[in-house]
Write a protein that binds this ligand. Structure first.
Ligand code: SF4
Length: 76
């Protein structure tokens, strides 16, 4: 299985990634909303129901379905 992204990974820190969207830094990212999750992001590369999935921004690692980062973009 692929490794899961650690919130302390440099890329994760740079993007403000959190494994739980409700833990996102709302002060730093005022556009964040708890309804925004990785599994509803256009960069999510898995089924909506998968607990973990790949993300275009984290090569070779998986992010949490309920995670979030500042590159979140609503799936069309
Ligand atoms: Fe999650 Fe989207 Fe950020 Fe990737 S780009 S970590 S899928 S919110």
């Amino acid at each position: 299985a692929q490794a899961v992204v650690d919130e302390k990974d440099p890329t994760a820190v740079a993007l403000g990634y959190v494994a739980d969207t409700t833990k996102a830094d709302g002060k730093k990212f005022p556009k964040h909303d708890n309804t925004q999750q990785c599994n509803g992001c256009s960069l999510w590369q898995a089924k909506p129901t998968d607990a973990l999935g790949n993300c275009a921004l984290f090569a070779g690692k998986q992010v949490h379905a309920k995670g979030w980062c500042s590159a979140w973009a609503k799936k069309a």
